[in-house]
Design a protein around this ligand. Structure first.
Ligand code: ZN
Length: 197
């Protein structure tokens, strides 16, 4: 950020009084606004229909052509569950009933928080929205594990099948981090365990 989006003056990076980390601060005395940058929330749905789950094949970058669960950035004025349902409507043309919050992942390397809800289809009606090439129901044996778009979706599906085999769905909280550089860069997942503080 070079210029203040509020008044157009230049912006400097400095630690404001009473704060403890560098912020983009407007240099204008009459404005002086602090432009805080915080993580964005992504809301989405893991949708059941009988024994099968609904996946969308992406028609947009990044990860064009790979499979994902319907999800996207929350809009202002929207609750997370409304955002999850809207994204499902946009990407899969489906109406769903939210059952529970299923996974929360903090992606600290890209400043995003994913909140995925377990949901079920009202009716077996769905079709590709503008951002999808295809929308299909998969049973466990058909999940395209090597063609999933994002580690978060991979994790969410793994927890789902694990919980389903135990006959009890819980809420899973974790952090997904990118570790290392270049070719050695890898994704690490750390789940909050029961009893952690
Ligand atoms: Zn300003």
């Amino acid at each position: 950020m070079k210029y203040c989006s509020h008044c157009g003056s230049t912006v400097t990076v400095t630690i404001p009084e009473g704060d403890n980390r560098p912020r983009h601060v407007c240099s204008s005395v009459s404005c002086g606004i602090i432009h805080y940058q915080n993580p964005n929330i992504v809301a989405g749905c893991l949708i059941e229909h009988g024994d099968r789950l609904l996946l969308c094949r992406r028609a947009i970058e990044p990860r064009y052509g790979l499979w994902t669960l319907p999800a996207g950035f929350l809009e202002n004025g929207e609750s997370v569950e409304e955002g999850a349902r809207r994204e499902t409507r946009e990407e899969a043309c489906a109406e769903v009933e939210i059952l529970q919050l299923f996974t929360i992942f903090s992606l600290t390397h890209i400043n995003q928080v994913y909140m995925m809800f377990r949901a079920r289809l009202h009716e077996p009606l769905f079709s590709p929205g503008e951002e999808s090439l295809d929308v299909r129901l998969f049973d466990e044996s058909e999940i395209p594990w090597t063609e999933l778009a994002f580690p978060v979706m991979n994790q969410t599906l793994r927890h789902y099948f694990e919980d389903r085999s135990k006959g009890e769905f819980n809420t899973h909280i974790g952090a997904v981090r990118a570790v290392g550089e270049g070719a050695g860069r890898r994704i690490e997942v750390e789940m909050l365990q029961r009893g952690d503080v």
